[in-house]
Design a protein around this ligand. Sequence first.
Ligand SMILES: *Cc1c(COP(=O)(O)O)cnc(C)c1O
Length: 434
Amino acid sequence: MSKLALFGGEPVRKEPFPRFNNIGEEEKKAVMEVLDSGILSDFIAHNGEYFLGGKKVREFEENFQKKFKVKFAVSVNSATTGLQAALTALGVGPGDEVIVTPITMSATVSAILTRNAIPIFVDVDQRTLNLDPSKIEGLITDKTKAIIVVSLWGHSADLDPIMEIARKHNLYVLEDNAQCPGGTYKGRFVGTIGHIGVFSFNFHKIIHSGEGGVVVTNDDKLAFRARLARNHGDVVVDAYDDERRFEHVLGSNYRMTEMEAAVANEQIKKLDGLTDYRIELADYLSSKLKEIDGVTPTYLQDGVKHVYYIYSMHVDHDRFGMTKKAFLDAMNAEGMPVWSIRPPLYTLPIYQSREVYNKTMCPFECKHYGRKIEYKKGLCPAAERMYEKSFIIVDMVRNSITKKDIDEFVIALKKVLDNAGELKDYARGEKVVR
Ligand SMILES: *Cc1c(COP(=O)(O)O)cnc(C)c1O
């Protein structure tokens, strides 16, 4: 009889870990106030007092500005639409190239396509999987307009060299900071270092309002344009009789409701406590993983405060003679929440076929672009290698997890590694006896 749960042994943990929940009485009270008022959203799409939204939305934006020491916070209904608003604010459009990492959530890159611009993928630093600044300059052309930087899993990208390259080549830096709220880089808040930044308030993030997001910037004009993008900016400028009249952008409805803003207001207050706890759990897990041969804990760059949206580790599967899939299946069978990272985004069908809207192949074959782009295998070797081999993400650093749970995780990990011999011939589709 096998020891591993994957082959019928006793699993280390039988109960699933409790779901993440950081919503309490404060949020309930805040939402009830909004419901009692009857005003669930107070945006109006013309120039006037309510162009910028209602009471809770504005309160939230002010609180966000104070908390993150940034001049403008423009709330939106998701980070996905926030990225679209930010690119609209930057004036990115057909014929432009935007440099971006392939290891991120899909919205980072699809936002570029919604502007009919071209994503140019840059390889990653294999320690953090954040984009590698030393690989950027080789990709800059006369069409490059911006760089989108993601601080993956809560670990800041190496922002100083990126900002320096942007300055030298006159490019914008957009920070997709959905995963790193409260994280810092050399003492500054990540998300506020680029020309414009985006935060997420989606349920799956460290703090949330169900759905929601924020665009931040210290630049008056970018803030003005982001607000136009959020609220039908093609019509509202009609009311201005100064140069703003010509700042029209193709607007949309990216507006946050008063209820979401009321929840988000309470969530900002909880951010530091939530990230402190994540850091405590992560440090504890790292100290345990350090003692296991063939396992590397999360890498920490000097001067970075990692807020651990996700804990990542590296397992040397080759050394244990098993595939990544075998390891993940064995850990999952022991009741442990571990996953592979997602593949580099350019391997997805939309980038491989380059049929974004229809068979016209726009924006790739748009006459305003004029270059030939293909996303071949080998484009970002470090990203591909790290996906195929070694990076594992561990959902063990949220507020419902305890150090005792982490001890259990470490027991399961050692069990799987000690019995790796049993996994040698394990392949997908093989019959598993439970
Ligand atoms: C979650 C996430 C988004 C999208 O956020 P939503 O608020 O769900 O739209 C964008 N970028 C990254 C890196 C993310 O992790």
